[in-house]
Design a protein around this ligand. Structure first.
Ligand code: NAD
Length: 417
């Protein structure tokens, strides 16, 4: 056992993953012990004034799971159900992800427990600025660098940056990534998560000449999911199902993704729900997950593939664009059913890779072209993918296990130096 009896466990899934790795004798207890607890957890509760002049206390977290490889790096999630356990699990995932793709970063994550739909822009701005004020001491360009995640976007990053610079008293664009371009953001950051996953898929399906033979279902039609749908559609794949929190759409001959994106995102400052789109057959999120497709891409929230639905999944491959969409208990069933899984720490690392490029550009006062960013992203993510594939073949491991082994090994090596 890595954990002693009675030890306080913050993230049950982190513990399960580490224990699984130990039991499978992939890495020894001595190596895993470095990752058994997060380095630092900060919870803050701060007030904002609502439009009706009432005061509301906002609860938020920043978790720096491990910083052996460099400053913390990880997004900030705004969600009504986010809690310390989830933020810790996401920070654990970031620790492995930055290591796997060989970035000079540790892993961190932030969460704000709100439903953004219940707040006006003015209130959201206060929430964003308040987060930075409350956590100023633990954040910074060389301490811990935030970024967007679920329900946070370039505008929120811009408010956070402005607040940080006000307190620091100097320009500090490298404090945060995923900013608007005019505030020092990188070309291509907005599409980088999906683009990175897409480069991996292009390698996986290299031998398939006619991509329209490959049917795809994508859960989540936000930043990650809608861009992935767009890239796959334009490359000729047949995207037959997509969904968002309101439900899904299905067309066995393939959905017209550009038309759908235009409908959902066509109006400024308003994202429509898929359920309001009249032209296609409606399906539920559960039906989408178990649809008869070649490739399933969860690109919404974590924990959607469970012990209950894993047995019904028919896809031959799952690419995790979301963080942690497959529960460890469900993974066993999927592996037994010979479903190939490209784990999130590899598949969705495009976002943090281009965040790193953004940070570098800020520190060096440069601005790279979109082509340069995409070329560098491709080189980095395909390099990591090849490394995982080689290790998986050599040691007869799943891609997830090979990814974990490579990532943890790199952290242990650095800690020994
Ligand atoms: P987003 O907020 O832009 O979009 C989330 C999408 O998921 C929306 O379409 C929403 O309607 C949908 N959704 C929410 N709840 C749902 C539910 N219960 N069922 C089905 N759909 C639901 O977020 P995003 O940036 O696209 O992130 C999606 C996932 O990708 C998250 O797990 C995030 O951690 C991960 N990710 C994102 C990035 C990034 O750069 N954006 C990077 C790495 C990982």
């Amino acid at each position: 056992m890595i954990y002693g009896e009675g030890e306080l466990i913050v993230c049950q899934n982190c513990k399960t993953e580490l224990e699984n790795i130990r039991q499978e004798k992939l890495l020894s207890k001595d190596r895993l012990i470095l990752l058994k607890q997060p380095e630092r957890i900060v919870q803050v509760n701060y007030p904002i004034t609502k439009n009706d002049n009432s005061v509301k206390i906002i609860t938020a977290w920043r978790v720096q799971y491990n910083t052996i490889l460099g400053p913390g790096k990880g997004g900030i999630r705004f969600h009504p159900a986010v809690d310390l356990d989830e933020v810790t699990e996401l920070a654990f995932g970031m620790t492995l992800k930055t290591s796997l793709v060989d970035l000079p970063y540790g892993g961190a994550k932030g969460g704000v427990r709100i439903n953004p739909e219940n707040y006006s822009d003015k209130e959201l701005e206060q929430i964003a600025r308040g987060y930075v004020r409350a956590l100023f001491e633990v954040l910074g360009p060389h301490k811990d660098i935030p970024a967007p995640d679920v329900n946070t976007n370039p505008q929120i990053m811009a408010w956070m940056l402005d607040e940080y610079e006000k307190i620091a008293g100097k320009p500090s664009p490298a404090f945060i990534t995923g900013k608007p371009i005019e505030k020092g953001g990188s070309e291509g950051r907005d599409r980088s998560t999906a683009r990175g996953g897409f480069y991996i898929l292009e390698k996986e399906y290299e031998s398939v000449i006619d991509k329209s033979e490959i049917t795809v279902a994508i859960q989540g039609f936000g930043n990650a999911g809608s861009v992935m749908a767009d890239l796959l559609f334009k490359a000729g794949y047949k995207v037959v199902a997509v969904s968002d929190s309101s439900g899904g759409l299905y067309n066995k001959d393939g959905l017209d993704i550009p038309k759908l994106i235009d409908y959902i995102y066509g109006e400024e400052n308003k994202i429509k729900k898929l359920i309001t789109y009249q032209e296609e057959q409606k399906i539920s999120n559960e039906e989408l997950l178990t649809a008869e497709v070649d490739l399933l891409i969860p690109a919404a929230l974590g924990g959607v593939i469970t012990a209950k639905n894993a047995e019904k999944i028919k896809a031959k491959m799952i690419l995790e664009l979301a963080n942690g969409p497959i529960l460890p208990i469900a993974e066993r069933t999927l592996v037994n059913n010979e479903i190939k899984i490209i784990p999130g720490i590899l598949a969705n690392s495009g976002g943090v890779i281009v965040s790193y490029f953004e940070w570098r550009q800020n520190l060096d006062n440069e601005h790279w072209s979109l082509e340069e960013v995409n070329d560098k992203l491709k080189e980095k993510i395909v390099g990591a993918y090849e490394e995982v594939k080689t290790m998986a073949r050599k040691e007869n491991l799943t891609y997830r296990r090979a990814s974990y082994k490579l990532a943890i090994d790199r952290i242990v090596k650095k800690s020994n130096n």
